[in-house]
Design a protein around this ligand. Structure first.
Ligand code: HEM
Length: 130
């Protein structure tokens, strides 16, 4: 199979895995919370899944860029910025710091989900900003 297509299939499949991991972990901010901290059950598995998915997305994304000779549409830059917002707000939402209120964590999660939905809209619509 053509390398570019294979890398793209891995990129998209792992993006699907990331969505499942983000949504599953979101539940830990609503069910079984302990004070200001998320539900600790399955924390390790969810963290591992999320880290794996995000790492593979970035690696396959960078490999795709090289395979395409960096020939990208303007919306691609919006996607990268939204991805950075996604990762940083997830980091805030689950930071191991008891002084971060649950409501602040949920606000972080909300921003992350809005970024994720926007990335999905971008890759589906591929808007022409030109
Ligand atoms: C949650 C984050 C992400 C999601 C859901 C996502 C999803 C997708 C999808 C669905 C496609 C296929 C679009 C199509 O051709 O129809 C795609 C392509 C691509 N993505 Fe991502 N992506 C994400 C993050 C990233 C990041 C961080 C990078 C860069 C480091 C990246 C780089 C690329 C490139 C270069 C392509 C074009 C591949 C090609 O046409 O061969 N993506 N992405």
């Amino acid at each position: 199979m053509e390398t570019q297509l294979l890398v793209k299939i891995i990129h998209m499949s792992v993006a699907g895995l990331a969505i499942v991991a983000i949504l599953a972990r979101a539940l830990t901010l609503f069910v079984g919370t302990q004070g200001n901290m998320p539900n600790p059950v399955a924390r390790t598995v969810l963290v591992a899944l999320q880290h794996f998915a995000i790492t593979v997305i970035v690696l396959t994304g960078i490999v795709s860029l090289f395979l395409k000779d960096f020939d990208v549409q303007p919306w691609f830059y919006a996607k990268v910025i939204l991805f950075l917002v996604l990762v940083s707000s997830l980091g805030k939402a689950y930071k191991k710091d008891d002084s971060i209120l649950l409501v602040q964590r949920r606000a972080g999660l909300f921003i992350a989900v809005v970024s994720l939905v926007s990335i999905l809209a971008l890759v589906m619509i591929k808007p022409n900003f030109g």
